[in-house]
Design a protein around this ligand. Structure first.
Ligand code: KG4
Ligand code: ZN
Length: 348
């Protein structure tokens, strides 16, 4: 069974072919970083236009590179939400058109489910597992009980962790996206020089909060001498921020592992997914929680189409498919029954 996957929900235009032996037959990915860099963040309208401009040729290149034709496929999967709706529409409509012309099953994939199931593509992980999904738009802990069955144990009540990394990077003039730059800059830093808070650490539950941490970084910068932040100050601040984020993640995941044990009787494993899972320091912290840690290779942590093809394949082999009337969803929580996060803000 071979599926084509399409990802267009944020600033990556991507297409990939994946088979049911967990092989990534090929993938093509075009990052829009340069298109958005001048704005310090992703501009939805620009993102949608760039997806529209490139997606068809990217799919053609993927097929040429792998020597496949659309007629050889068993299904087409596209991210159909959550995400920036203009881009999602481009990907979903392209997939529907191919499915219609070639009479193939269409799979409307939840982008979060694609992140959630990636560890089954890379490491063949069995259900259930505890998932920490940390990206630019999401920060959640979920018990993954099966394809389509997710129980949210915690979520952020304000910012996602990737968003906080990006804002810290921006405040320090490190460019966009901030995550990789903050990690690089932190390597030369002293994490003890600036005292930063650990929001919600030690509190009951598994929710997250990062806006106070981000604000504390801002206040440290405001107390520095005027003008550009020096390399040493930037390194010390990045190191302090990253260690604080690591402390919070470790604490919240510890609580979630206890809860997961109550629900399933199992001691992990803990799976990480989403762009922030590319961070080596945070991975190392999570590896010390006393349960097996499964972290996909970096290129499959950040947005990609192989995870979308795989999520589609997991659903198709269970006999599921979606109608061509499926309406893409800008918001699409994995656990629709989850209560709102303590503190009110809901990011789904
Ligand atoms: O999953 P992703 O590619 O897109 C979505 O948000 O869905 O995640 C992108 C996020 C950005 O906020 C980026 O700064 C962050 O992941 N990120 C990192 C690292 N690499 C990417 N954050 C911390 N350390 C990294 N090495
Ligand atoms: Zn993502």
């Amino acid at each position: 069974m071979i599926l084509l996957g399409i990802e267009t929900s944020c600033d990556e235009t991507a297409a990939a072919l994946v088979d049911d032996h967990r092989q990534i037959i090929g993938q093509c990915l075009l990052s829009q970083l340069e298109d958005h860099a001048a704005f310090g963040g992703v501009v939805p309208e620009i993102a949608a236009r760039v997806h529209l401009e490139h997606l068809d040729r990217l799919i053609a290149k993927l097929l040429k590179d792998t020597g496949r034709t659309l007629g050889q496929l068993d299904g087409i999967a596209a991210t159909a939400g959550p995400g920036l709706i203009g881009g999602v529409l481009v990907g979903a409509m392209t997939a529907k058109a191919i499915a219609l012309v070639h009479d193939l099953p269409f799979l409307a994939v939840n982008h979060l489910e694609a992140h959630a199931l990636t560890a089954r593509l890379t490491d063949d992980v069995a259900f259930p597992y505890l998932l920490l999904l940390v990206s630019g738009g999401h920060c959640q802990l979920l018990a993954v009980e099966g394809v389509g069955t997710y129980r949210r144990l915690g979520t952020t009540i304000d910012d996602a962790l990737g968003e906080a990394f990006d804002k810290v990077g921006k405040m320090l003039g490190l460019g966009y996206p901030g995550g990789p730059a903050v990690e690089r800059t932190a390597r030369a830093g002293d994490p003890t020089r600036f005292p930063l808070p650990r929001p919600l650490r030690g509190k009951p539950g598994c929710d997250f909060s990062f806006s106070g941490l981000k604000t504390a970084v801002r206040q440290c910068i405001d107390k520095l001498p005027p003008g550009p932040v020096s390399a040493t100050d930037a390194a010390d601040l990045c190191a302090a921020f990253q260690v604080a984020a690591g402390d919070v993640l470790a604490d919240r995941c510890g609580h979630a592992l206890d809860r997961f044990r109550e629900i399933t009787g199992k001691n992990g494993p803990l799976v990480v997914a989403g762009g922030v899972a590319a961070n080596g320091y945070l991975r190392q912290r999570l590896a010390q929680l006393g349960v097996p840690l499964i972290a996909p290779p970096l290129a499959l942590c950040t947005d990609n189409a192989a995870m979308v093809a795989w999520a589609g394949l997991e659903r198709l082999r269970l006999g599921q498919r979606d109608g061509l009337d499926f309406r893409p969803r800008p918001r699409w929580p994995l656990d629709p029954d989850a209560p709102p996060a303590v503190g009110g803000g809901v990011k789904a």
